[in-house]
Design a protein around this ligand. Structure first.
Ligand SMILES: NC(=O)c1ccc[n+]([C@@H]2O[C@H](COP(=O)([O-])OP(=O)(O)OC[C@H]3O[C@@H](n4cnc5c(N)ncnc54)[C@H](OP(=O)(O)O)[C@@H]3O)[C@@H](O)[C@H]2O)c1
Length: 276
């Protein structure tokens, strides 16, 4: 096996839309590394045999996207604590034929906010209001608690799904979807993790007028980059962080695991991602 040439990939179905090959190829070139990163389409019922084939063909690792993020856990020899807590694996390293699963979405979310250079604002300053309780919300909540948010107010259309996530930590409190405007009163951070606001989806209907002036507003939806939520926040003079950086920063962690170099997110890379 030639370890001078590092073979990596993203697996999912469908996968043609994935921006990950663009990101990883950019960093491979930037760091003068010999390697490849492909998008590989794998259907749900072919997961086990296809992953075994990647091991046999000498891959160093791969990213995992829908619909395999949960199913891959059973195929890993080890799954780390953060992936277990988030309930999904999005990054696998292969060493000596064994699969090691982790999740880099929480890192991606936290780094995207931390790298925005927000003077006088910290995760620790107050409650975080999280809208949405799907797969991405779990990673966002993990990051919020890891970064020291004193409490998380979780609001989801389907309240039961939000209630399930309270098992992650006692600091998570659930509020009704209908009361989302009022819940913003004490917010230090407001995060949209629903799919509302995405191109082709309705906007997230929320009134930010009760949000404190120091509150930071972020959206993990990044197409469009400035969602209705972020546009409303900007009009009100609130600080905003866009969602594209979460995707870029989560990719950094996988790249570092496989290639031994922690790459940077540059404005040039972000521009290329948004143009693609
Ligand atoms: N920037 C990044 O790197 C990144 C990473 C991951 C995901 N994302 C984006 O984050 C979004 C969510 O992803 P996910 O994987 O968490 O999806 P998911 O598991 O399908 O969850 C979707 C969430 O959106 C809510 N929702 C959907 N339609 C709604 C509506 N009409 N009204 C109110 N709530 C609605 C759902 O509420 P119910 O529970 O009531 O259905 C649920 O909370 C997607 O747009 C995805 O592209 C971005």
């Amino acid at each position: 096996m030639n370890k001078d040439f590092i073979k990596t990939a993203v697996i999912g179905h469908p996968i043609a839309h994935s921006k990950s090959p663009l990101i990883h190829s950019h960093w491979l070139r930037e760091h003068g590394l010999k390697g490849s990163y492909e998008a590989i389409d794998i259907e749900a019922d072919a997961l086990a045999e296809s992953v075994r084939a990647l091991v046999d063909r000498g891959y160093s690792g791969f990213n995992v996207t829908l619909p395999h993020k949960i199913a891959i856990m059973a195929l890993c020899n080890e799954v780390d604590e953060r992936a277990k807590a988030i309930g999904a694996v999005n990054t696998v390293s292969i060493r000596d034929g064994k699969l090691y699963g982790t999740n880099t979405d929480a890192f991606g979310f936290a780094q995207n906010v931390l790298c925005a250079g927000l003077d006088g604002w910290s995760f620790e300053d107050g409650a975080a209001v999280v809208l949405g309780a799907g797969g991405a919300a779990r990673a966002v909540i993990y990051a919020l608690l890891e970064e020291g948010a004193p409490s998380v107010i979780l609001i989801n259309r389907t309240r039961e799904k939000a209630e399930e996530l309270t098992q992650m930590d006692k600091k998570i409190m659930v509020e009704d979807w209908a009361k989302r405007d009022d819940a913003l009163k004490g917010a230090n951070l407001i995060v949209n993790t629903t799919s509302l606001g995405m191109e082709g989806k309705p906007p997230l209907e929320i009134d930010l007028s009760l949000a404190p002036s120091h509150a930071l507003v972020t959206d993990i939806v990044y197409a469009p980059l400035y969602t209705d939520l972020l546009q409303q926040a900007k009009k009100r003079g609130l600080r905003v962080v866009t969602g594209a950086g979460m995707l870029l920063h989560q990719a950094r962690a996988g790249f570092a695991l496989w290639n031994g170099v922690m790459p940077e997110v540059t404005p040039e890379l972000e521009e290329r991602l948004l143009e693609a």
